[in-house]
Write a protein that binds this ligand. Structure first.
Ligand SMILES: [Zn+2]
Length: 283
């Protein structure tokens, strides 16, 4: 009986949360997936959320920080939401298309990469910071999103080597002094020196090159995020190529593709030699 008691034990829990997804359930209820400050990702059932007098009316919106209270019952996939309130409203994100897209992407990435029920304070801080930036417009929407993505890679120990060689840790100068591109291999962990690039190629690894300005911009953004310094704005064309670089790297390592960036990545690599020479011919 004791173990049964433990299995069915119900605990009342309060925590801050960001809504990741929501689906209608039955006639008037809502199933939500949220990312919380102390309990990680979890599923909550908001009974009667669509009823006109529901206590969740106008509360369960995207991008806001919510104060939620739920009953946790062990062994259940969906917990019963009891109370909900808005802690921080971020209504401006939904009124600007680029901010909305960037906000949707970062929430989708949290949903795709966070395990259920595991606290991740690092990602919580990065997510709320990114949403604050999108809401205030303190930096361009996609710069905030790219900074979040680099932070996510860093939190997962997957951040590419951007300055030194990923393999030997030494300086990684461009293999051709006349061309501002460094050896780069996603599967080898990022930037490579010429010698390690050759070794990796001989070992059958895929090794390409990456423009130095993209690697430098990524490094500046990451260092800035770590030290709380904002480095912006980046030139729009460089930001577009930086986004392409980070998204492809993330695609390679996480083996999941957020729907919110499917269209973006369906275009040819914007950092390839051919893409860059076509751009320079046009300008
Ligand atoms: Zn090396």
């Amino acid at each position: 009986m004791k173990s049964l008691d433990r299995l069915t034990r119900v605990t009342n829990i309060c925590d801050q949360a960001i809504l990741l997804r929501r689906f209608p359930y039955s006639e008037s209820s809502l199933v939500t997936r949220v990312f919380t400050r102390q309990h990680g990702k979890l599923g909550l059932l908001a009974r009667g959320a669509y009823r006109p007098k529901s206590r969740f009316y106008c509360v369960l919106d995207h991008f806001d920080t919510l104060e939620l209270e739920w009953l946790e019952q062990r062994g259940r996939e969906l917990q019963d939401l009891r109370e909900g309130d808005i802690h921080t409203r971020r209504s401006k994100i939904s009124s600007d298309l680029e901010s909305y897209r960037a906000g949707s992407l970062v929430c989708e990435l949290i949903d795709l990469t966070s395990p259920f029920g595991q606290q991740d304070l690092g990602m919580w801080k990065r997510l709320t910071l990114c949403l604050d930036e999108l809401n205030s417009g303190s930096r361009p929407a996609w710069e905030a999103a790219v900074c979040f993505e680099l932070g996510l890679l860093e939190e997962h120990g997957l951040c590419p080597a951007l300055e030194l060689c990923a393999s030997c840790g030494r300086e990684a100068s461009p293999p051709d002094p006349n061309e501002p591109r460094a050896c780069f291999s996603a599967s080898c962990g990022g930037r490579l020196c010429a010698a390690c690039g050759r070794d990796a190629r001989d070992a059958g690894r895929r090794v390409g090159t990456m423009p130095l300005d993209v690697l430098e911009a990524a490094s500046l953004l990451l260092r800035g995020a770590r030290e709380g310094v904002r480095i912006s704005p980046l030139a729009p064309a460089l930001l577009l190529r930086l986004r392409d670089f980070v998204d492809r790297f993330m695609d390679h390592h996480l083996e999941v593709r957020a729907k919110a960036r499917g269209d973006f990545l369906s275009k040819a690599d914007r950092n390839s030699r051919t893409a860059l020479s076509a751009t320079s011919l046009r300008t």
